[in-house]
Design a binder for this molecule. Sequence first.
Ligand code: CP3
Length: 349
Amino acid sequence: MTAPAPTKTILRALAGETLPTPPIWMMRQAGRYLPEYRATRAQAGDFLSLCYNPELAAEVTLQPIRRYGFDAAILFADILLVPQALGSNLWFVTGEGPRLSPIINRAGVDALKPVDAIHETLSPVYETLRILARELPQETTLIGFAGAPWTVATYMIAGRGTPDQGPAHKLREAEPEAFDALMDRITLATIEYLSMQIQAGAEVVKIFDSWAGSLKGDAFTRYALKPARQIIAAIKERHPGIPVIAFPREAGDAYIGFGRATGADCVAIDNSVTPEWAAEHVQCDGCVQGNLASSHMVTGGQALVDATTRVVRAFSKGPHIFNLGHGITPDADPENVALMVDTVRNFRA
Ligand code: CP3
């Protein structure tokens, strides 16, 4: 028996269909650029309290769907909840970003909790998904997500965001055994986490490797490509038919063949490559997502319309999900987002 063909636009694109109008959503679509997000966040207290409050996390997930009618809703949570669930201390410093107690050696890795223990911390996230699965409009696809092991490891090792991921590169070179043990722990936790998200209602999962671009050559294969392949293989085995989007941000030439090599149904593309290049070298293998520069959401105007049209046109001959090249920033103007959505939906070849 074959599965019925999907009807939701995002799922159709992920199945390889070329649609006349690409479905659209936006990375970080629930965020500080929206006044309604800021109001709900103030009600929740801090950012982590919002992530662990299923009612309010579902509410902020729904806000951009109500305002713009995006084709997908992405679970409101954060990639750093997994380290927290593994026992790392995690807090957010306003205006600066995340802080964790750094893992500097093998003893630090061994002190983490076992993978099975993560659900204790993460169960409110699964509840958020169950609420969303009930409340989303029937045409909207629910996307779950996790950070890729390398990106999550960079934060766990440095204890914060870093411009060049230096501490993580140092540990992988100086103490490969400790580093590999950490990567393994995160990889296995990510499989369990995404699997529970799917059981709770996620119809698609996305793996964010925001710092993949700092891995080159063999290191990219070993720490970006292989963990993605392992996670995707496990998800496909446990949940046949659930599509996976992989985002090896700033992979450059390493985007070529990434979908085939990892088994991802869609490769998300950042804006350091042109859409024409990505159409020729990546979309030839299947669905792509991207890649409008998020700065247009700040600056707007005719340049936004032109750049949006260029992305839609470049990807119009194959399966495409319209998105930004990276997350929308807090200084974006909600009116510019509306202009982008209108431009995508009114595009005629
Ligand atoms: O896309 C969405 O709308 C879903 C929710 C989501 C968030 N973070 C909410 C968030 C997702 C998918 C993420 C992923 C994430 N988180 C990544 C990977 C994608 C990327 O942007 O590269 C990374 C690296 C993180 C870690 C993280 N979380 C950082 C570095 C920061 C601080 C930077 C900032 O923008 O303030 C966060 C905080 C964060 N995660 C916010 C949101 C809405 C802002 C928190 C606030 O409300 O103060």
